[in-house]
Write a protein of this length. Structure first.
Length: 80
């Protein structure tokens, strides 16, 4: 049995995006051990966070990049 992590993957991913940076599935895997970024993004959206996605080319492949949506043209903020 593996020990519980102090913070959930979703919380760490949200903190990452709150800095104004986007995140791709490969970045989520490397930084947070997250194999299912889309599922974590879905959880965050259900909690009320506004998250945008766009497709970017990485190594010749198209992948999704997620970022917090700006509110009223302002910088993204953490929280619903």
């Amino acid at each position: 049995m593996r020990p519980l992590q102090a913070r959930s993957q979703a919380a760490r991913i949200l903190d990452h995006m709150a800095t104004g940076k986007g995140i791709t599935p490969l970045q989520a895997l490397a930084r947070y051990g997250c194999l299912r970024l889309g599922a974590r993004i879905h959880e965050l959206k259900r909690q009320g966070h506004r998250i945008d996605s766009d497709m970017v080319r990485k190594g010749g492949k198209l992948v999704a990049r997620y970022s917090l949506a700006p509110r009223n043209g302002k910088a993204p903020v953490r929280g619903p």
